[in-house]
Design a protein around this ligand. Structure first.
Ligand SMILES: [Zn+2]
Length: 72
């Protein structure tokens, strides 16, 4: 049942993108105050604008079954 769950990537606005688990045990807050203590990463786009990527952590621990993959 825990297998096969995915991740969503939600664009909150032009410079804020959240990556968060689909159908997790909690509901993830996309306003920057999520209880999962997400990691924020600032990356520069091709046009020089800074985009903040917020990586949420799953509560059900699904990361342990995944191989890390790059962004973009
Ligand atoms: Zn979260």
């Amino acid at each position: 049942m825990a297998l096969g769950k995915g991740w969503w990537s939600t664009e909150v606005d032009d410079t804020n993108v959240h990556t968060h688990p689909d159908d997790d045990l909690i509901e993830h807050d996309l306003d920057g105050n999520c209880v999962c203590l997400p990691e924020v990463e600032a990356i520069e786009r091709g046009d020089g604008e800074i985009v903040f990527l917020t990586h949420h952590h799953s509560i059900d621990g699904r990361e342990a079954q995944e191989v890390k993959h790059g962004v973009g």
